[in-house]
Design a protein around this ligand. Sequence first.
Ligand code: SF4
Length: 225
Amino acid sequence: MKTLSLRQLGQCRRCPRLVAFYATIAQRYPSYHAAPVPIWGDPSAHILIVGLAPGLHGAARTGRAFVGDSSGALLFEGLHALQLASSPDANEAHLLNVQITNAVKCLPPQNRPVANEINTCSSYLEREIKAMQRRSKGRPKAIICLGSVAYTAVQKLFRKVPQRFATFTHGANTLIKEDLLILGSYHPSRLNVNTGRMNLGMLQQVLGQAKAFVQGELGDGNHTQ
Ligand code: SF4
């Protein structure tokens, strides 16, 4: 089955397990979006945030990545504190110099996409990243990967670059061609927050690093190259 354009993403049926799962979700929750969730945000953004996949009562319900669930609530609190969103309420916020997407555009059972689904969907992520690189040519830009799955998916797209990627951890960073900073962050999931692995301050630290980089305020001494 061929890859569709980003505009046609809503019609993608390349992962049979996820298509079937959405069919059950649409039956159980008729008002839910229950379809591939596209990238959204500021079309001229220099910061791209990449999550794992839509959450059942978040993006799979609202149709917007990180809108409608607790992960999004924490993310938007952090974005708003750094003037990267117009409101801490994801339902009404405009993103400022930020776009948000997921490595996998469809809701996976138990929030766990299988390797084949991550690889299949990566063609869309690749186009989203290329679009940002095209419009930001010569200007600093940053990708923030929320969680190890998103980090690995992004890392695979840059497998041909000579740089050694930093091992995933919170705050891991790799500089590509001196103008693209790739950052790792723990995912702001309810589980990570409840277990103390992730908190607002940690999230703001990574968001702040991305913002400083795209504004040209970071030196290049802190990165893996
Ligand atoms: S996960 Fe991605 S590739 Fe798979 S069906 Fe959804 S949009 Fe298509």
